[in-house]
Design a binder for this molecule. Sequence first.
Ligand SMILES: [Zn+2]
Length: 328
Amino acid sequence: MRFSDIPGQSIARRYLGRILQQGRVAQAYIFTGPQGVGKEALATAFGRALLCLNPDGDGACGQCEGCRKVQAGMHPDHHFINGNEGRIGIAAVRDLQRKIQFRPFYFRHVCVMTGAENLTTEAGNALLKTLEEPNTEVVFVLITSYWDRVLPTILSRCIRVSCHLLSRDEITGALERMGYEREKAQVAAAMADGSLDRARALLEGEQERLAREELLQLVFRLDHAGAAELWDVLQKVDTGQNLEKKLSLLALWYRDLLLWRETGNQRLLVNVDRLETIKKQAFKRTPAEWMQKIAQIEDARKKLRFNANPRLVADMLLLRLAGYGSEE
Ligand SMILES: [Zn+2]
């Protein structure tokens, strides 16, 4: 994958391109940024370019012996530690150190590590020893979504490559290149909070679908709920980590109702598989009322981002959506 195949991140891409063109490579980089914005793709492409025999400002050539070996998963100097699924213990770091203690087969070792925040203190300290020994034949490429949880001693040894949230246009363009229709891509991009992964999940994810079904049940009950039943619904809302995501699905649903009422254009909808329900529900409220609900959800999401108590936010929101809460 070339850098230009990765949506957004133009500053980071240019920066990495200059490193490759000038051939001045540091010993350790850490790619940071929110989930789903392409930092792992970019870091991986950079790691590959570092093993390419003819890289240019846009990454690896994809043709040379080095590139072919990496693509086949057979490059002897390419090392990978997956920390995305849990802690990275001392054994993984020792194993890596054994592999890089010898000179590289070609011209440098490249060690890519995802989930760098999951290094245990012991493993981190062991890795630090390697980072502290100057060695131009080893390059570390660390990746983390949780920059503030990485051991500070490790951070201080790495050059930080920041990846940022993607713009709506960048996400829409990327989704279109993946074959999604423009209208749907635009709606998903609008709801994805700068994350391409999230936009894709909104368009196709099974988990999202299940979460959505659950939410729709909740919405239908809200519409008819008396105070007693509403209390029952409130108790059942999960306020764990997924609350923010669920709120975005909920906003997406109301957005569909609004769009259908205003335009009657099926192609603008995200929940196209629920078209019949949308047709039935959309005219039960005025556009202004649907917009108010969307605004209420957005307001709740904003509160969550500022670390408000999720239980409180969820309760307040449902009360307001059900028409009980007073407007501030
Ligand atoms: Zn190459």
